[in-house]
Design a binder for this molecule. Structure first.
Ligand SMILES: Cc1cc2nc3c(=O)[nH]c(=O)nc-3n(C[C@H](O)[C@H](O)[C@H](O)COP(=O)(O)O)c2cc1C
Length: 383
């Protein structure tokens, strides 16, 4: 019997260790860009592809500021605070006078708080740039490195890898510190096939380093491997991001603001603020997309305010957002429901980080209660 229990203990330990090892091997990389005309974004897509070709590494492209360019306007905006949550950052920018672009420079200027706290120290970084003629491209890549070196980031160059496979009959944006693309040399479409290849290769090499240096360090303890989760205080995040939760909305029917079943919390809300519906009506007739996005944010903030109540006032008890269902009152021909719902999804991830990632359903409706243009149902798991 004793031997059986020893075997069982060893087996459980083995299964636990396998499970933890599987978690150890995943990494998340931010591809952070500024782009005016989309050239940097084109390279970013290749870098992302390269990163994700590496097993267990995922990448997300975000930009440093809002863009009106139709090619770029749906790319989410990164906050300075979220930089510390990634296992690596691939930075991309246009070249401005042999330097990084003003947009990228402005964003980096906002990271002094992270710098003074050494918050990015040891995080791997790599850079790529979209150029015109390529004048000063090495200088520009170097200037990128200067800022990131001051942060103590681990800089990952390209070296001369991939050279044997590129088309050398035309000028290419290869450089040892990172990939560039020479967009004003318009004898071929840019990024050229070779530049895309180099960017993808750069992403793949970078993923390998990011995974190896993965942030949430594994600590060996009595032969058991434990993942030390970085503790994030949601109240602190709300404060840093100036997100104010509204006071609790009152039920306007025979229902409860939230209902718990086991560790799950169920909440349903519309765009109610200070007793009034924000931007009511039908998208395409009474309201436009921006107004519905505003209403969606109001709705999601209501949900998070109710969630706070459900957790006894401590949002740090939220284990994960399981699912969001967004319903929008739109004209029949409307199809971009997912774009609208991203407002709620992005806000949830902005606040809860990894725990905020969820499954989602979006749909259109002919009409919604109290004239709201949006209604959201949410399921959260709490501790
Ligand atoms: C202010 C400014 C300065 C620039 N300086 C350079 C330069 O020094 N070298 C270069 O090759 N291209 C230079 N360019 C061209 C941009 O780098 C090029 O258009 C780039 O592809 C833009 O990237 P994007 O498509 O992501 O916006 C400059 C562009 C601007 C607006």
């Amino acid at each position: 019997m004793k031997r059986f229990y020893s075997f069982l203990t060893a087996f459980i330990l083995f299964v636990t260790t396998c499970n933890v090892t599987a978690q150890e091997q995943s990494a998340k990389v931010l591809v952070l860009i500024h782009s005016d005309n989309g050239g940097t974004y084109e390279l970013a897509k290749e870098v992302k592809k390269g990163i994700e070709s590496y097993k267990n590494v995922e990448a997300i492209i975000k930009q440093v500021k809002k863009s009106d360019n139709p090619k770029l306007k749906n790319i989410p905006i990164a906050s300075v605070e979220e930089l510390i949550t990634y296992d690596g950052i691939a930075f991309g920018s246009p070249i401005y006078f042999g330097n990084i672009s003003t947009g990228m420079s402005e964003f980096l200027a906002k990271t002094t708080n992270l710098w003074s706290k050494h918050a990015l120290e040891g995080t791997p970084a790599t850079v790529f740039m979209s150029a015109g003629s390529g004048a000063g491209k090495e200088l520009a890549l170097q200037s990128f490195w200067n800022s990131l070196a001051v942060h103590g980031m681990i800089l990952v160059p390209n070296g001369i890898s991939g050279m044997e496979n590129i088309d050398k009959t035309i000028p290419q944006g290869n450089a040892v510190l990172g990939t560039t693309s020479l967009v004003s040399l318009n004898n071929v479409e840019r990024p050229s096939k070779s530049e895309r290849y180099l960017a993808e290769l750069q992403g793949k090499k970078f993923a390998k380093v990011a995974l190896a240096l993965r942030k949430n360090k594994v600590i060996e303890n009595d032969n058991k491997t434990i993942i030390k989760e970085s503790k994030i205080d949601i109240n602190q995040i709300l404060k840093q991001k100036n997100i104010e939760l509204p006071s609790l909305p009152q039920p306007v029917g025979n229902y409860q603001l939230f209902k718990k079943s086991g560790n799950l919390v169920y909440i349903n809300q519309v765009a109610l603020k200070d007793g009034k519906i924000v931007n009511p009506g039908k998208l395409g007739i009474d309201v436009n997309e921006e107004q519905v996005k505003e209403a969606t944010r109001v709705t999601m903030l209501n949900i998070i305010s109710i969630l706070k109540e459900a957790t006894g006032g401590d949002l740090n008890r939220v284990k994960q957002c399981v699912q969001l269902i967004g319903t929008f009152n739109t004209v029949d021909s409307f199809t971009k429901h997912a774009d609208l719902m991203n407002t709620a999804s992005d806000l949830t991830v902005e606040i809860f980080g990894e725990k905020g990632k969820h499954t989602r359903n979006t749909q259109g409706a002919y009409s919604l209660p109290v004239g709201s243009s949006v209604s959201i149902s949410a399921i959260f798991e709490i501790e």
